[in-house]
Design a protein around this ligand. Structure first.
Ligand code: ATP
Length: 904
């Protein structure tokens, strides 16, 4: 029987699980618990391979073929000679199912790999050491440490909390975060929402910090027991996938109607029932672009893998498609555009501006005034300023160099250490964590028996809480906010990130910081730190410019700092709008404003959502970065929400479409390039598939039509129905799929972004359908007639073998014309002569395999017999091979003309 965890006191819970409050579990203890506890994950039931294989037969195309096989089988039983047709259709269906199965497996594999790149991690205390571990390794008794934005990795009993609020909406539907505490709660069978000292797997700590004792893991958690809530995050079709399915469905209806007409017309012309039926079916199968929806998925999955290799992890497949159309990237500044390696270089203490030497987290450096070294010991005001920075701080410097924690706070520890100040002798009693909406952090500390509130944050915010300031000798005098504000502005203009510091002494029994009066503080001064722009970001901003993408900086930092850093990065910085100004604007004026302004400063997270909306209202496709809990609404609003993989919170990652493994702006631009790549490959594949389908359908309809006038056509269709099935179901797959592996074109990032409103099926497409329909069908007709005409004399079939050979020749012509088209289809607008002929080995493989299969069909007797093919005289070959040229040249000429017109 499991205990009621919420009813136990902290010590009882620790005892029950044999765990230590300070050291957590030991490694050996974890190993001992593993066999019983298992892994902390929900085992997704994988669809078994045979089910996935059978699923291939659900496709409407396959159903049509299976029905056809049944009917031809029935006709065979009734005495028609259609057994080979039945067998071939079944064989083709099987082969198609295998190809579909393999292709689906590949796409699934790529998605699995993407998912596994995003294993959730958490901070755990083991053997007395803080470690970041994959959440699946937790066992009951483990001690997890959480802060605002973290996902709770298992069911836990809180054992320490500080202003800890948890968003339990995924579990309880309650949208307001609930405060958690550690007190035991009386009562039986409390619902999760009432268990105020418990945290449940899958919910989020939105604020504060906490420690929790893991009590249940994996399938035993509350979340694990509500199994159907666990849906994979990346379900959902992309707009293009949806459009494609709709398009194919409409097309199927139209094609079925044409097929029915063809059937009746075939009977009217005097073909027998079975043959007419098979003709109609092959028309239907030839015309339906059955591969398209699967192709879209496969290309997006491949694109996701390519993006992952470049450190952009796609969480939702539609993002791979949308990325290609991105026209604005709104990026945070700190850590994304800049290094986030801060060094305090200037401080303002009263009327004095001091320089600080040294770089990075190396504590060797000193203070100087006008170039002259200054001993901090003799400057009480400077010491007070640095002390506030050191105690109102959650970072840690390591003895061996470097440190853990927020770089801004690390920089403050370093600046304090340069004056010999550490936070060691202060004892923290309570904390109001930093929040980018309030822009300050406060702590209550005890220092030599006295209690202080210490606050740091944006200068104007902290100054607003102060009544007095320290003078150079450390005496309290009345506040001169104006001169501090102008000093802060001076720092900001030098691109320095600037913080203000203040403190006040409180009663010795004061414990409640949350409700403390945070006014009447004494201002201690300013510290300004540099945070250099990332060289890769400068490059990426330039790339965006040439790619027609606007880079917009949206930062919580001071307007002047933002402007100075933006200018260093190459972002248009002549106008800056602040969050306060933005809050005053109507949606219409904001919409006008974003047309010209590219730097937004002192914005709170809620403003980011309005900024995204304003861009979208102007018809732009917006990518927006974010890392905090409050950024989630903006990430959801943007077309592409981008979360930081390193500095971001789990909440932001979960809300995002894409996660940057390296928190780097340049990675977004790389992902956009891959998105464009995916889109062009899609266009190529679609622009190849649909015209070839149309051509095959045209071929059959044309043949039936001509049957009324030309004797060889009255005798047989140009191609036997089963030959059409071969071409449509085998060649098309082998020749279309490789197009999705087509390498990137070099100038992808020097073109303007795709208009999100453009249709895939546009004028270019219609024109290519007509052109290719003719280029494939006409040579086939001509070759069939040229070689086969002699087989029919005065309406009588005198040489059936010759007619079969002529059909075989036409069968080859289709392959040749399609190969000609394919070579040219590798680029939509560029000449094929400018492409690397060996650039896409898959394509060469596909062509090679198709040719090999055609040779087999022609020369291996049993296969040839089954498909009604026959080897033809060797002197026919040159003419047949030459039919590759017209389709190739037609498209190349079309591209040339387009390029000429465009230049004009
Ligand atoms: P971005 O939004 O581009 O990441 P940012 O990091 O400057 O920029 P915020 O993190 O919202 O944005 O910070 C806003 C302001 O709050 C900073 O300019 C600074 O003055 C102050 N600030 C930043 N970090 C802290 C902190 N840890 N404690 C107290 N104040 C801070």
């Amino acid at each position: 029987m499991k205990p009621n965890w919420y009813g136990l006191s902290v010590d009882e819970a620790l005892d029950t699980l044999n765990a230590s409050h300070e050291r957590g579990l030991s490694r050996t203890e974890v190993e001992a618990r593993r066999p019983e506890a298992g892994w902390n994950e929900l085992a997704f039931k994988k669809t078994p391979a045979w089910v996935r294989f059978l699923r291939q037969f659900k496709d409407s195309m396959v159903v049509i073929l299976l029905v056809t096989a049944a009917i031809t089988g029935l006709l065979t039983a009734l005495g028609s000679h259609m057994l080979p047709d039945t067998l071939v259709i079944l064989g083709v269906v099987l082969l198609n199912a295998i190809l579909g199965f393999v292709q689906e497996g590949k796409a699934e594999g790529a998605l699995d790999a993407l998912r596994s790149l995003m294993v959730p991690e958490c901070l755990v205390m083991r053997d007395g050491e803080l470690q970041r571990l994959p959440s699946r390794e937790l066992v009951p008794g483990d001690l997890v440490i959480l802060e605002g934005g973290d996902k709770i990795p298992a069911d836990i009993r809180f054992i320490d909390t500080s202003s800890a609020y948890v968003d339990e909406s995924s579990l309880t539907g309650e949208s307001v975060p609930v405060q958690k505490s550690t007190q035991p709660i009386a009562g039986d069978n409390l619902v999760p929402g009432d268990q105020r000292n418990m945290g449940f797997s899958g919910t989020y700590l939105t604020q504060g910090t906490a420690r929790g004792l893991v009590v249940e893991t994996g399938a035993n958690t509350v979340f694990g027991r509500i199994a159907d809530m666990v849906k994979s995050a990346d379900a959902g079709q992309t707009p293009l996938q949806r459009k494609m399915s709709e398009f194919v469905h409409t097309l199927i209806k139209a094609i079925l109607a044409v097929g029915a007409f063809n059937f009746v017309y075939g009977l009217y012309l005097g073909y027998d029932l079975g043959y007419s039926f098979l003709g109609a079916v092959s028309l239907v199968v030839a015309a339906i672009p059955e591969m398209l929806p699967a192709l879209v998925t496969a290309i997006l999955a491949v694109s996701g893998t390519l993006m992952a290799a470049r450190k952009a992890l796609i969480r939702k497949l539609p993002a791979a498609e949308t990325l290609g159309a991105t026209s604005v990237i709104c990026s945070d500044k700190t850590g994304t555009l800049t290094e986030n390696r801060m060094t305090v270089t200037r401080v303002q203490s009263g009327a004095q501006t001091l320089e600080v030497t040294g770089v990075g987290y190396d504590v060797s450096g000193h203070y100087a005034r006008d170039g002259e070294r200054l001993d901090a010991e003799g400057h009480p005001a400077l010491r007070a300023l640095l002390e506030v920075g050191a105690v109102c701080n959650n970072a840690h410097l390591k003895d061996e160099g470097g440190g853990v924690g927020d770089p801004t706070e690390l920089a403050l520890l370093v600046s304090a250490a340069k004056a010999g100040i550490t936070k060691a002798d202060a004892h923290r009693l309570a904390e109001i964590p930093f929040d980018s909406a309030t822009k300050y952090m406060a702590v209550l500390t005890e220092h030599g028996g006295r209690r202080f509130i210490a606050v740091k944050g944006a200068p104007e915010t902290v100054l607003g809480l102060c009544a007095t300031q320290l003078d150079a000798d450390g005496r309290t005098v009345s506040l001169d906010a104006a001169s501090y504000l102008s000093a802060a502005q001076g720092f900001a203009r030098q691109a320095l990130r600037t913080l203000g510091f203040a403190f006040k002494e409180v009663d010795a029994d004061h414990v409640d910081l949350l409700h403390a009066d945070l006014s009447g503080l004494t201002f201690a001064g300013l510290q300004g730190m540099i945070d250099p722009p990332k060289p890769s970001a400068i490059e990426a901003v330039a790339k965006c410019k040439s790619a027609g993408i606007r880079t917009v900086m949206v930062t919580g930092d001071h307007p002047d700092t933002a402007q100075a850093v933006a200018a260093q990065l190459g972002i248009t910085a002549d106008q800056v709008i602040t969050g306060a100004q933005l809050a005053e604007m109507s949606p219409e004026s904001l919409r006008e404003c974003v047309k010209a302004v590219s730097v937004f400063a002192r914005v709170a997270p809620e403003h980011k959502k309005s900024i995204a909306e304003a861009f979208q209202a102007n018809g732009l496709v917006v990518a927006m970065t974010g890392d905090g809990v409050n950024d989630a609404p903006a990430l959801k609003q943007a077309d592409i929400g981008v979360a930081m993989g390193i500095a971001g919170t789990e909440v932001a990652r979960e809300a995002a479409d894409m996660v940057l493994a390296d928190d780097n702006f340049a990675t977004i631009v790389n992902a956009v390039e891959e998105g464009r790549h995916a889109w062009t490959n899609l266009q190529k594949a679609i622009l190849y598939t649909l015209p070839t389908n149309a051509a095959q359908a045209l071929l059959i309809m044309g043949a039936i039509f001509m049957a009324a006038f030309v004797p060889v056509f009255a005798e047989r269709f140009v191609l036997e129905p089963i030959q059409i099935l071969w071409i449509n179901l085998i060649d098309s797959v082998l020749l279309t799929l490789p197009l999705m592996m087509e390498p990137k074109e070099k100038d992808l990032l020097s073109r303007p972004p795709r208009d999100p409103g453009v249709r895939v099926i546009d004028a270019l497409f219609l024109q290519r359908v007509v052109l290719m329909g003719l280029m494939i069908a006409v040579p086939s007709f001509l070759i069939y007639h040229h070689f086969g005409a002699a087989a029919v004399v005065e309406g009588e079939l005198v040489d059936p073998l010759l007619l079969t050979q002529a059909q075989t020749a036409a069968f080859w012509v289709i392959l040749m014309t399609q190969i000609g088209y394919l070579i040219s289809a590798r680029s939509l607008f560029d000449s094929a002569f400018r492409l690397d002929p060996l650039g896409n080995p898959w394509l060469l493989g596909g062509i090679g395999l198709s040719v090999l299969l055609h040779l087999m069909g022609t020369f291996v007797t049993p296969v040839a017999d089954a498909f009604r093919l026959a080897a033809f005289p060797i002197e026919w070959w040159p003419l047949i091979l030459a039919t590759l040229l017209p389709s190739f040249l037609a498209i190349e000429t079309d591209k040339l003309i387009r390029a000429r017109l465009a230049r004009r």
